[in-house]
Ligand binder design. Structure first.
Ligand SMILES: Cc1ncc(COP(=O)(O)O)c(C=O)c1O
Length: 394
C-alpha cells in the first residue's frame, strides 16, 4: 500500500493521531470533495436541482457498494446508518411465537434491544451461541443449536464494537445455509476493514455504516438484501419511494432492495459514501486488511510492555479494534490524558452499555479502545505508548 499517499489524502494526520476509526475514521480528500462539492452545488442550484444534476453519480453509489461486497446494485439500499439499515431488515422478518433467534455474546446492544422487543411483542426466543476456548462463536455449538427446527435466524456482528474476535463468518454462513436458516450479518465494523464478500459469506442480509472503517461521512449506511429474498420481505415502514400508490385502494412495493429506503436523504452524504467505497476499492481490500492487522498486532505487542495495562481482546483472528484496561484509571481518564498530549491522540471508551453480554461475561465495565486504520503508522503507535508510559498512576 502507498501509505504516504493515504496520509497525504488525510490532512488531519498532520495535527492529530487518530485511533478512533471504530467510532468514525478520518475521511480522505476524495470523500470530503464529494460531500462539499455537492453542498456547493446545492447552494448554487437548489437541493432538488443539484440532485437532478447528479443522477448518474447517485446511481453509481449502488454499483460501488455492490462491488465492495460482491453484490448487485439492486440488492443495495442506502439508509442513514447501520442501526436503521439493520432495523429495516430485522423488523421485516416474519418472526412469530416460538421462533428462535441465535446471536453471539458480542452482539451490539442496539441489535439486542430489538430482539427483546420482539420477545415481548411476538414471543420470539433469544438464544446465545456459546464461545469456543478462543473466545469466538463455537461452530460446533452453533451446529447443534441449528438442529432445532424453531431456529429462524442467525444474527450477529462480524466484529464487535468493543474489539474482540473476528467471527468466523464464512463458516457461520455455511452452517446457517445448510440448515435453511436466514443469516443477518452486522458488518458495521467490518466493511472497509476486511474483505467482505456476501457470496462467500452466504449471508442473506447485511447492514453497514459509512463513517467507520469505510471512511465515509456520518449519517449514512447501507443494507444488502439477497435478491431472491427481497420480494418476500415486507418493510415495516413504507413511503412513496419504497412503494407506489396505484389507486386510492392499492399500492405496489418496489421489487428491489430500495423498498427498504425512504425518499428523503442526505444526498451529499450519499455521494460521499459512494466516493468512500470507490476509494477503498482503489486501495484494495486485502492489502488494507493486512496492514490493519499488522498495525493492530504491533500495538497489542507494545501495550504488553506498559506496566498496569491489560490487553482485552479475545479470538483466533483479531481486528484493528484494540482494547485494553489500565489499572487504577478509568477509560475516561485514559482518553482525556491522550487527548491532552502535544499532538492530540484520539482513542475512545467502550462500555458495558453497548456490549452487555460480552462485558458482563468477562467482568468488565468498560475498556479503552484504540482502533487503527491503514493510514496510521507504527511511529504513531510508539507515540501512544510513550504517552501511556508517562501517564501518572491514578
Ligand atoms: C457492531 C456495531 N453494530 C452497529 C453499530 C451501529 O452503527 P450506527 O451508529 O451507524 O447505527 C455499531 C456502532 O458502533 C457497531 O459497532
Amino acid at each position: 500500500m502507498n501509505i504516504e499517499q493515504l496520509r497525504a489524502d488525510t490532512a488531519a494526520v498532520e495535527r492529530l493521531i487518530h485511533f478512533n476509526n471504530a467510532g468514525a475514521a478520518l475521511m480522505p480528500a476524495p470523500v470530503i470533495q464529494a460531500v462539499t462539492g455537492h453542498l456547493e452545488l446545492e447552494t448554487r442550484l437548489g437541493g432538488y436541482e443539484a440532485a437532478a444534476e447528479r443522477t448518474v453519480e447517485l446511481e453509481n453509489v449502488y454499483a460501488s457498494i455492490g462491488r465492495l461486497i460482491n453484490a448487485q446494485p439492486d440488492e443495495i439500499a442506502v439508509i442513514e446508518n447501520a442501526t436503521r439499515a439493520w432495523d429495516m431488515a430485522f423488523y421485516s422478518l416474519p418472526l412469530g411465537p416460538g421462533d428462535v433467534v441465535l446471536t453471539s455474546t458480542t452482539e451490539y446492544a442496539g441489535n439486542y434491544i430489538p430482539y427483546l422487543q420482539l420477545q415481548q411483542r411476538r414471543g420470539i426466543e433469544i438464544r446465545i451461541i456459546p464461545n469456543d476456548e478462543q473466545g469466538q462463536v463455537s461452530l460446533t455449538a452453533l451446529q447443534d443449536m441449528l438442529g432445532d427446527k424453531r431456529v429462524a435466524l442467525v444474527s450477529l456482528p462480524a466484529i464487535a464494537t468493543n474489539g474482540g474476535p473476528v467471527q468466523p463468518i464464512e463458516q457461520i454462513g455455511a452452517l446457517a445455509r445448510a440448515a435453511g436458516v436466514l443469516f443477518l450479518l452486522d458488518a458495521c465494523q467490518a466493511v472497509g476493514q476486511m474483505p467482505i464478500d456476501v457470496q462467500k459469506i452466504g449471508c442473506h442480509l447485511l447492514a453497514a455504516t459509512s463513517r467507520k472503517y469505510l471512511r465515509g461521512p456520518r449519517g449514512m449506511g447501507f443494507l444488502y438484501v439477497e435478491k431472491g429474498l427481497c420480494q418476500n420481505l415486507e418493510p415495516a415502514f413504507l413511503d412513496l419511494h419504497a412503494a407506489s400508490l396505484l389507486t386510492p385502494q392499492s399500492f405496489e412495493i418496489r421489487a428491489d432492495a430500495r423498498r427498504f429506503e425512504n425518499w428523503e436523504c442526505n444526498v451529499a452524504a450519499k455521494l460521499g459514501l459512494g466516493a468512500a467505497a470507490d476509494y477503498t476499492l482503489a486501495q484494495g481490500m486485502e492489502p488494507m486488511w493486512q496492514r490493519i492487522q499488522q498495525l493492530a498486532g504491533y500495538l497489542r505487542g507494545r501495550l504488553g510492555e506498559v506496566p498496569g495495562i491489560t490487553p482485552q481482546d479475545l479470538g483466533a483472528v483479531k481486528s484493528g479494534i484494540v482494547t485494553f484496561t489500565r489499572q487504577g484509571s478509568s477509560a475516561a481518564q485514559v482518553q482525556q490524558w491522550l487527548a491532552g498530549q502535544a499532538k492530540r491522540i484520539n482513542v475512545s471508551t467502550s462500555t458495558v452499555r453497548s456490549t452487555l453480554l460480552d462485558m458482563q461475561q468477562r467482568g468488565l465495565q468498560e475498556v479503552s479502545r484504540a482502533s487503527v486504520h491503514a493510514y496510521n503508522t507504527e511511529s504513531e503507535i510508539d507515540t501512544l505508548i510513550e504517552a501511556l508510559l508517562r501517564m501518572p498512576q491514578g
